[in-house]
Design a protein around this ligand. Structure first.
Ligand code: AR6
Length: 174
């Protein structure tokens, strides 16, 4: 199923896919990093719809329309803040990917692009996060034929390399 996983470098707000995933915070009302970029590109209607959702706990996900984005939907998920690894950060990050992909399939979406959730302001180590992200996507694709493409949209070469390495390890295991 790893042939349905793609790794690209660039700005996720430019991608024409069924859904881009936002690395949000529990308020869902916007912030910096990729969250700020997505809200800027989508326009003010996005935060209006988000306001109606009443927040989102860490590890869960919510879906909205994409408004002015090329993507028709935004899936907002809240990654864990890295606290050294002893606070179930791995499990919470895996939940973000699982719930986001579940929402995509539940809404009949076939292509989804992720940023590297939690690896910016939330300081989750990139290699560890990439392993979790790629592992969960591969597992999910195994179980869901309707999903055609999962894209990891990486910001910067270290993130690209971490995802490519995680994908290569995954492929070698098959
Ligand atoms: N396209 C793709 N990836 C991006 C983009 C972009 N336009 N901009 C940044 N990244 P972060 P977090 C990468 O900090 O760690 C916000 O304030 C970035 O290089 O956006 O989950 C929220 O409101 C990094 O690899 O999200 C929360 O409060 C990755 O996206 C908090 O930050 C995630 O970095 C969430 O922190």
């Amino acid at each position: 199923m790893t042939d349905r996983i793609a790794i690209v470098e660039g700005d996720i707000t430019k991608l024409q896919v069924d859904a881009i995933v936002n690395a949000a915070n529990e308020s869902l009302l916007g912030g910096g990093g990729v969250d700020g970029a997505i809200h800027r590109a989508a326009g003010p209607e996005l935060v209006e719809e988000c306001r109606k959702l009443g927040g989102c706990p860490t590890g869960e996900a919510r879906i909205t329309k994409g408004y002015k984005l090329p993507a028709s939907h935004v899936i907002h998920t809240v990654g864990p803040v890295w606290q050294g690894g002893g606070q179930n950060e791995d499990g919470l990050l895996a939940n973000c990917y699982r719930h986001s992909l579940g929402l995509a399939v539940g809404n009949n979406l076939t292509s989804v692009a992720f940023p590297a959730i939690s690896t910016g302001v939330y300081r989750f180590p990139i290699e560890r996060a990439a392993k979790i992200a790629v592992g969960m996507a591969a597992k999910f694709l195994d179980d869901n034929d309707s999903l055609e493409k999962v894209i990891f949209c990486c910001f910067g070469q270290p993130s690209v390399e971490a995802h490519e390495k995680a994908l290569a390890v995954r492929k070698a295991r098959r």
